[in-house]
Design a protein around this ligand. Sequence first.
Ligand code: 5AD
Ligand code: SF4
Length: 479
Amino acid sequence: MYDSNPTLTGIKTIDESKQGSVLFKEQWEASHLPGSRKFYIESYGCQMNFSDSEIVASILADVGFAPTRNVEESDLILINTCSIREKAEETVRKRLRFFETIKKARPGTKVGVLGCMAERLKKKWLEEEQLVDLVVGPDAYRDLPSLIGGTEEGHRMINVLLSREETYADISPVRLESNGITAFISIMRGCDNMCSFCVVPFTRGRERSRDPYSIVAEASGLFEQGYREVTLLGQNVDSYKWSNPETGESVNFARLLEMTAQVHPELRVRFSTSHPKDMTDEVLHTMARYENICKYIHLPVQSGNSRVLGMMNRTYDRPWYEQRIEAIRRILPDAAVSSDIIAGFCSETEEEHQETLSIIEWANFSMSYMFYYSERPGTLAARKYADDIPEEIKKRRLNEIIRLQTAVSLRHNQADIGKTFKVLIEGDSRKSDLEFCGRNSQNKMLVFRKQDGLKPGDYVMVRVKDVSSATLLGEIVEG
Ligand code: 5AD
Ligand code: SF4
């Protein structure tokens, strides 16, 4: 078992009481004109991190900070970091070297590290990186105003306290980089699954679910602003569970999905990520009942071999995963399923790798996110197993996985030629402003010629004419 106590990690160098923060906020507002200071934020890693950056933007807006896309004019540079693989951490270090040049040219600019790497490395940041003024973990963003205040007084500030309760339920995210049509809503935080390869339980703490009524209110607000699609986000959405201690009312993920789908039939609902051990038939039946719940499930398998799955502590084996795919095919015959796959986990044999290839083929994943194993300090696997697959073998296995998945994706897409899909227009296609792009329910991107009178946020019927392994090309037909 993992033995750190996530709720008690971290140190805090300034007043921990809420009152301190509130007091500071008042002082701050008195001395800073709204929008007179600018912050620049860069996000790495999962969608959850991007969603957190929108919460950070909201907290900063409350104390007069306006977002900027131009790092050179910012007073505060934030980098919301990911620890999931070593490479992600290397990217962040490189960006910090770049921010150093900005800071030199603009003395007084503060640099803050947020997110999973802040949580993983804690005080080490302040010891190792002279450039970093601020280190803030994923559960401490409410404290940003007071921490920033500390940096203004010349201190280097840190709060990496994890929480058992924080869900930021009452904070309305400021939508950054938004297309105005699709948005993410965080429904829970943390993770209680102890996948042996994964650093997330250590960086994001214990699992907790957000009040469903605040989620539905956020979805309704987005719909009123013109958004037409929300994605409910959590590390393991199937274990969403909220109960009201006073009334005893209890809401599970199937019920939350239904409540969100009922906001409006024109509001599409997606969700990510599902865990094969927890994904219930009840959720599948709820998806079947509502046309606006998208028929797409991201159901990471990680490996196709039961022994490796056991070592990964995924708590299911291959037959269990296959039986979940069969349930999807039975209840939602039109649904697409995608996956995450790790190549070259500790002690994985060639035969076991072949089983990963065979499950890609068997499950007919529409797409996958594919990685080779990267040992993360402190994880169960790092402590228990040798990272004994040489890098060139990991890379070769990963390439075989990518090659096969690309062929399976192409075949999956070819099966759509001639079919007509309802598509939500998201905006211009990347290549041409004569074309729109948008997704179908199965989360496939379609590109098609524009027609007068249509705009982003509209639904159109599109017939597929041609495909690549990544995109469907089509034409608008009468609905
Ligand atoms: N090495 C490689 N891939 C990893 N993932 C998580 N931890 C690691 C690791 N240590 C992958 C898993 C997960 C996705 C978000 O990242 O496939 O589902
Ligand atoms: Fe997201 Fe995981 Fe990276 Fe944290 S470690 S930012 S949870 S992908």
